[in-house]
Design a protein around this ligand. Sequence first.
Ligand SMILES: Nc1nc2c(ncn2[C@@H]2O[C@H](COP(=O)(O)OP(=O)(O)OP(=O)(O)O)[C@@H](O)[C@H]2O)c(=O)[nH]1
Ligand SMILES: [Zn+2]
Length: 211
Amino acid sequence: MENDKYDHEEEFLGYKKIDQYDDAKITSVATHYKDILGKLGENPEREGLLKTPERVAKALQYLTHGYDIDPSEILRSAMFKEDYSQMVVVKDIEVYSMCEHHMLPFFGKAHIAYIPNGHIVGLSKIPRVVDAFARRLQVQERLTNEIRDCIQDTLQPAGVAVVMECRHLCMAMRGVQKQNSVTTTSAFTGGFLSNDKTRAEFLRLITANLH
Ligand SMILES: Nc1nc2c(ncn2[C@@H]2O[C@H](COP(=O)(O)OP(=O)(O)OP(=O)(O)O)[C@@H](O)[C@H]2O)c(=O)[nH]1
Ligand SMILES: [Zn+2]
């Protein structure tokens, strides 16, 4: 019975379970990757590579499963009326995404805050929203804005702040080959935009070592 509830909840939120692969898609993507291995000068029939096209296809489906998720629905599923109007900060959320230019990973941290306006949201839903947008082909700037807009439009708080710090492998293992550069992006609404003190408090909280 517990399982039934779990399945229903997954379906409701539009989550795709990790083991729920789309067989037709996997077969088609794998066929292309077998061809690509040959074009790269490899022998796709050698033992170590026999299952590689299918593995890559499954990995790619996982790494882009955010397309199947409705991020607003995630928030709507756990909004609670609450008389709390101080900033809520969830910091150091790990992010793994892939740049849409090279399909190479970029990864780092997201720091998110909102100022409740009658409703709070289940804390775990904020990292879930981050993942729903991150598990797509992205640029860091759009990812940052999409997270902000989703929280603002769905929860309608008095303000949202998103800061992301990421390393881009397309800048490290190829191209310009800078190993230590970190890209920071930010997006704000409401009180975080209009009130310098509110924004400064958020920035202080995400840089403070409180634990
Ligand atoms: N603004 C932004 N750029 C990104 C992001 N991820 C990758 N890029 C950049 O996308 C750009 C694509 O530029 P192009 O000149 O078309 O591609 P390229 O010839 O492979 O460029 P190089 O990486 O400089 O070798 C590069 O400058 C990447 O660093 C991102 O999240 N945001
Ligand atoms: Zn890139």
